[in-house]
Design a binder for this molecule. Structure first.
Ligand code: ADP
Ligand code: MN
Ligand code: MN
Ligand code: MN
Ligand code: MN
Length: 360
């Protein structure tokens, strides 16, 4: 916001952030809407929260979020996890909630409930995931790629991946702020890197067990959108934000079960890959909107219509990391999921395919 005397609006806000809250805390409830986005609203609670059971259920107008018809618009918010709030600090929290319809059924866009059942059923497998969230920064005014020359293009891809120096990386301050905010909130963020296309970045979350993977990725996305809002930058999770010779954005899904992580695990990894190959198209259906624009067989992707796997091969559907191939155990990487996946759908179907259905 533009203010007199060059005072930043955040400087003014900080005065109020430091005011005592007189015992109350602020809980920012966040949920997944009907447009692959996140919504949130805040409420005051009269004491510090120490258990998920202390958090009240709540509701919102689902007709305004593409989640319910206008004549039956109340959607219920059921808290499932909470995190320290890096924006409000203190005892204030971010509350992740599942959405339920009036009749008690999970809302159409609530894929967490079904995924939870799979993880509960296969809890003894101790399934771990690590997601590599790629994303692209946009100029909020014209929607062009952030930092690119207006009406033109930067030099071709090459110097940007893990790039260092002006003209090679954009918005490092935003990315660093997000990294710190994730750590503060207790997200298992395992790293960040600049991507192949300038103004494209990646953060990794994991390894996380079962349902925590989807939870933590959604919260990390929420933090990213919020911080980008402060910087006046738009984050898009579209898998192919720009046509042509520019890399798309994925969400590589690294997977291991307890057995895969110990000596002899390669046999289980190979069995899992065989099972995945048999259900390729079922998986592709859940691996992100517009993913066909990204999975072309070029730009470090495999073709969408053909399943493939290989050690250290970034042109395959499934990659076994070189180190895992050498040691004979560890994990594998499913490279097919797009950046805009719902992680509950992806971790859910991977678990179903490898470990079996809920009622199997
Ligand atoms: P890449 O070489 O594909 O770019 P990254 O380092 O970006 O790989 O991401 C690897 C991801 O794999 C991280 O999120 C990490 O937490 C995760 N990971 C590591 N070990 C395991 C494991 N045993 N099971 C599942 N995920 C794992
Ligand atoms: Mn109102
Ligand atoms: Mn990576
Ligand atoms: Mn990447
Ligand atoms: Mn990867």
């Amino acid at each position: 916001m533009s203010l007199p005397l060059g005072i930043e609006s955040t400087t003014i806000l900080n005065k109020y952030r430091n005011l005592p809250q007189n015992g109350s805390i602020i809980a920012e409830y966040i949920w997944i809407d009907g447009t692959e986005s996140i919504r949130s609203k805040a409420r005051t609670l009269n004491k510090k929260i120490t258990s998920i059971k202390d958090l009240p259920e709540w509701n919102f107008d689902g007709s305004s979020t593409c989640q319910a018809p206008g004549d039956d618009s109340d959607v219920l918010l059921r808290p499932v996890a909470y995190y320290p709030d890096p924006f409000r600090l203190g005892d204030n929290i971010i509350v992740l909630a599942e959405c339920y319809n009036n009749d008690g059924t999970p809302n159409k866009f609530n894929h967490r409930t079904a995924a939870s059942k799979l993880f509960t059923k296969h809890a003894s497998e101790e399934i771990w995931f690590g997601l590599e969230q790629e994303y692209t920064l946009l100029d909020p005014v014209d929607g062009a790629i952030y930092g690119w020359p207006k009406g033109g293009f930067p030099a071709p891809q090459g110097p940007y991946y893990c790039g260092v120096g002006a003209g090679k990386v954009y918005a490092r301050d935003l990315i660093e702020a997000h990294y710190r905010a994730c750590l503060y909130a207790g997200i298992t963020i395992s790293g960040i890197n600049a991507e192949v296309m300038p103004s494209q970045w990646e953060f990794q979350v994991g390894p996380c067990t079962g349902i925590a993977m989807g939870d933590e990725l959604w919260v990390a996305r929420y933090l990213l959108h919020r911080i980008a809002e402060e910087f006046g930058i738009v984050v898009t999770l579209h898998p192919k934000p720009l046509k042509g010779d520019w890399n798309g954005a994925g969400c590589h899904t690294n997977v291991s079960t307890k057995g895969m992580r110990v000596k002899g695990g390669m046999k289980l990894i190979e069995e899992a890959i065989e099972k995945l190959g048999k259900r390729h198209l079922d998986h592709i259906k859940l691996y992100g909107t517009d993913n066909d624009q990204r999975l072309t067989g070029k730009h470090e992707t495999a073709s969408m219509t053909k399943f493939s796997s290989g050690v250290a091969n970034r042109g395959c559907s499934i990659r076994i990391p070189r180190s895992v191939g050498l040691e004979g155990y560890g994990y594998f990487e499913d490279r097919r999921p797009a950046s805009n996946i719902d992680p509950y759908l992806v971790t859910g179907i991977v678990t179903e395919t490898i470990c079996g259905p809920v009622d199997g």
